[in-house]
Each structure stands twice: as structure tokens, then as C-alpha cells.
Write a protein that binds this ligand. Structure first.
Ligand code: NAD
Length: 277
């Protein structure tokens, strides 16, 4: 499944929406100087600029106290020029990440990490949802992968990928199993999957023996190695899978495009064009 090509189409849609809505803004808050986070933030700004979304790059030193981080979130919440707002995670260890993420106004919470938006997803009344699971669902729809009645297995249970992924697949009427670091006999579960989503971060964890013939395999995992970016899925899985997302060029570009899509959604919430449940 070609995430790169589909992402290009999503970006075209977003560019049209931006032209229609007028000025849009996306702000990121980065605390500290984690190099990977720095790369992600830069990419978000580049992507947004390309579709005509204004960006605000807010940075604080690694030792910033909690109240100062919260003050910056409040400032961005109150700024009318900012439609989408995200705090790059992980934040440094001395900070209360849950409190910081929860302080983002739900309308602006493009990562879907506030209790409001996460709760809406749980209740099946979607508001903002993280870009990665959204991108995966868009790819499954695009490739007409049947989800109703399908057995879906999600590897990983993080709030940003695994859990929202599982809830979206459940909403799409799949029978969902969530596996994680304490799951015993992973293969017993994965072999059952019509749709297998790997969001772990262990290179080539999923081997061909673990995949049912013709299954759809979505590789969310990204690990940086000397040889480049490596996914959770071993390349030999291509011999058995019916559909497979490559790394790079699969979920990554879709995630980037769907963040822009979510920024448009945030603008619609904020302008009263779409109600946030
Ligand atoms: P995380 O570390 O928060 O979560 C990893 C999950 O994997 C945990 O829930 C853990 O229980 C589970 N896990 C660990 N070992 C396991 C094992 N042996 N078997 C089954 N489950 C196991 O990571 P995350 O933020 O959810 O990201 C997961 C991966 O996806 C990472 O590689 C990350 O870089 C990547 N990612 C990619 C994109 C993208 O755009 N492609 C976006 C977000 C995250």
C-alpha cells in the first residue's frame, strides 16, 4: 500500500480546504532538545507551510518548570491565530506529561491526547484522533480492505497509536485483539489476523511465519538504524501478505498528511463549522 502517493492526494485536499477557510495556524510546543523530536517538529512545520498553513514553533529549555510549560500551553490556547496545537512527546522526565497534554483545548488538540478527545473515541463519538491511526484507517479505506467482521490484531497499546488504532478498528466493526509487551505467544494471535497492525518499535518483529496468507499488514514501527529506517515487519512478509505498507513510504507519509487534515478539522471546530461532540 503506497502511503506516499495517497498522502500526496490528502495534501492536495488539505490545500484546497486551506484556500477555502483562509488563514490557518498550527503550533508545536517542544520542551528540551531531543534530536528525534526536533526532526519531527521540523517536518511538521515544513509540511504545514507547503499547504499554506502558518506555523508557530514554540520551544522551551529542557529544565523548564511545569508551571511555565502550562503557561505556554495556555498562551497558545488563547491565541486566535492557532487552530491546531500539539505538545511534542516525550516531555522531559520532571514534567507531568498527562497534565500538560490535558491542558490543550480540545478543539485544538490535533493529536487527540486530551481526556476529552480520547474519551470521545472511547464512546464512539469521534473528535480529534491522532494522525497515525487516522492515516491507517484512510489507507485501509483507500485499498478497500474489508474491516466489518475482519479479525484485526494490533501490536502495541500506546495512547498515540495502539489504543486509538484498536478503537477505530472496533468502530469499523472488526473483531479486535490488542497485543503488547506482556502478551504470551504473539504468533498465536497474529496468525489469526486478517488485518495486522504493528506499532511496537522492534525492528522486524513480525516475520512471515507469523502472518496468515493474504492478510493485510500495516507497519507503523519506525526504528532508526545505520542502514536507515526499519519497520516492525520483516520484508519477507511481502511473500505471504495480501497488502503491506512499506517502511519508509507507508504509514509515515500518511501520518504527516493526516496531521494537516486534522488542523483543517481544528479550524472547522473553532469557526463553528463543525461541532466538537
Ligand atoms: P511506545 O513505545 O509508546 O509503545 C510500544 C508498544 O509496543 C507498547 O504498548 C508495548 O506494550 C508494545 N510492545 C513492546 N514490545 C512488544 C512485543 N515484543 N510484542 C508486542 N508488543 C510489544 O511506541 P509508540 O509511540 O506507540 O510507537 C510505536 C512504533 O511506531 C515506534 O517504532 C514509533 O517510532 C512508531 N511510530 C511511527 C509513526 C509513523 O508515522 N509511522 C507514528 C508514531 C509512531
Amino acid at each position: 500500500m503506497d502511503g506516499k502517493a495517497l498522502a500526496a492526494r490528502v495534501r492536495e485536499e488539505v490545500a484546497r480546504d486551506v484556500a477555502e477557510l483562509g488563514s490557518l495556524g498550527l503550533a508545536t510546543i517542544l520542551v528540551g532538545d531531543d534530536p528525534a523530536s526536533d526532526v519531527y517538529v521540523r517536518l511538521k512545520h515544513k509540511d504545514a507551510a507547503e499547504v499554506g498553513i502558518r506555523t508557530f514553533d514554540k520551544r522551551l529549555p529542557a529544565d523548564t518548570p511545569q508551571d511555565e510549560v502550562l503557561a505556554l500551553v495556555e498562551e497558545a490556547n488563547a491565541d486566535d491565530g492557532i487552530d491546531g496545537l500539539l505538545v511534542q512527546t516525550p516531555v522531559p522526565g520532571h514534567l507531568d506529561e498527562f497534565a500538560i497534554l490535558s491542558a490543550v483545548r480540545p478543539e485544538k488538540d490535533v493529536d487527540g491526547l486530551t481526556p476529552h478527545n480520547a474519551g470521545l473515541l472511547y464512546l464512539g463519538r469521534n473528535g480529534h484522533i491522532g494522525a497515525t491511526p487516522l492515516g491507517v484507517m484512510r489507507m485501509l479505506a483507500e485499498y478497500r480492505i474489508p474491516t466489518a467482521g475482519a479479525r484485526a490484531v494490533v501490536l502495541g497499546r500506546s495512547p498515540i497509536v495502539g489504543k486509538p488504532m484498536a478503537f477505530l478498528l472496533l468502530q469499523a466493526n472488526a473483531t479486535v485483539t490488542v497485543c503488547h509487551s506482556r502478551t504470551e505467544d504473539l504468533m498465536r494471535h497474529t496468525l489469526d489476523a486478517d488485518i495486522l497492525v504493528a506499532a511496537v518499535g522492534v525492528p522486524h518483529l513480525v516475520t512471515r511465519e507469523m502472518v496468515k496468507a493474504h492478510a493485510t499488514v500495516v507497519d507503523v514501527g519506525i526504528t532508526r538504524t545505520d542502514a536507515g529506517l526499519v519497520g516492525d515487519v520483516d520484508p519477507s512478509v511481502a511473500d505471504v501478505a495480501g497488502h503491506l505498507t512499506p517502511v519508509p513510504g507507508g504509514v509515515g507519509p500518511m501520518t504527516r498528511a493526516m496531521l494537516l487534515h486534522s488542523t483543517v478539522r481544528a479550524a472547522r471546530y473553532r469557526r463553528g463549522l463543525l461541532p466538537l461532540p
